[in-house]
Write a protein that binds this ligand. Sequence first.
Ligand code: ADP
Ligand code: ADP
Length: 218
Amino acid sequence: SPVIELAEVTKSYPGGVHALRSVDLSVDQGELIAIVGPSGSGKSTMLNVIGTLDRPTTGTVRIDGHDVARLSDRQLSALRASRIGFVFQSFHLAPGRDAVANVADGLLYAGLPKRERERRAEAALVRVGLGDRLGHRPHQLSGGERQRVAVARAVAGDPAVLLADEPTGNLDTVSGQGVMDLLRELNAAGTTVLVITHDHDIAGTLPRQVPMRDGRVV
Ligand code: ADP
Ligand code: ADP
């Protein structure tokens, strides 16, 4: 059965903005998907609904077969923390904290002792090729390296699904390719990956494209 299933999902904002207008989407475990479309077409909204950061206005969202509307806030938080990782365009790293601390903080909800969080953080940083940057703070890292820290934080808890919103948007071409190669490696190791991108060269290399326009998957 699909790991993600959206059925007739709508999302409206006050003032009559219809960010999503009846979206159907089915994603199998292990897929690698590019979400493409013009600015304002609903890509971020769809990713936030899939990631349970936002609840839909109407329609059904299923993650791992769970209808998220039937979950309490506490159950939803647990599902999100254990199954879903997020990466954003603007990295969202804590400036005064080194790479290990930034990644380990992402595991605060996992109920692990500090030493174990740090051990997993180090393993995730090694996995993204930053084994020699463990003690570096964000300002000591390049843009590409900062995004790798963000990816390490997203995958340190071993999520089934990785959601990336324009992860290469603030990066030069070479750093962006590095981050995309990393997402491909994580996908090859079993993680389902959905990535929003404006870059047609990137989207064209991914096995499945989900094109959006005016709040719909077209
Ligand atoms: P995209 O990611 O494709 O650029 P978004 O999902 O960010 O599109 O936005 C879709 C539409 O919803 C846009 O018209 C945007 O302005 C609007 N929108 C997104 N978030 C909000 C919000 N929190 N409040 C009001 N309108 C929003
Ligand atoms: P990015 O382009 O970096 O993905 P956006 O500028 O589209 O980010 O959106 C940043 C945040 O602002 C998101 O949380 C989104 O939901 C919110 N947002 C986007 N458009 C609007 C809007 N028209 N009104 C209110 N909030 C919005």
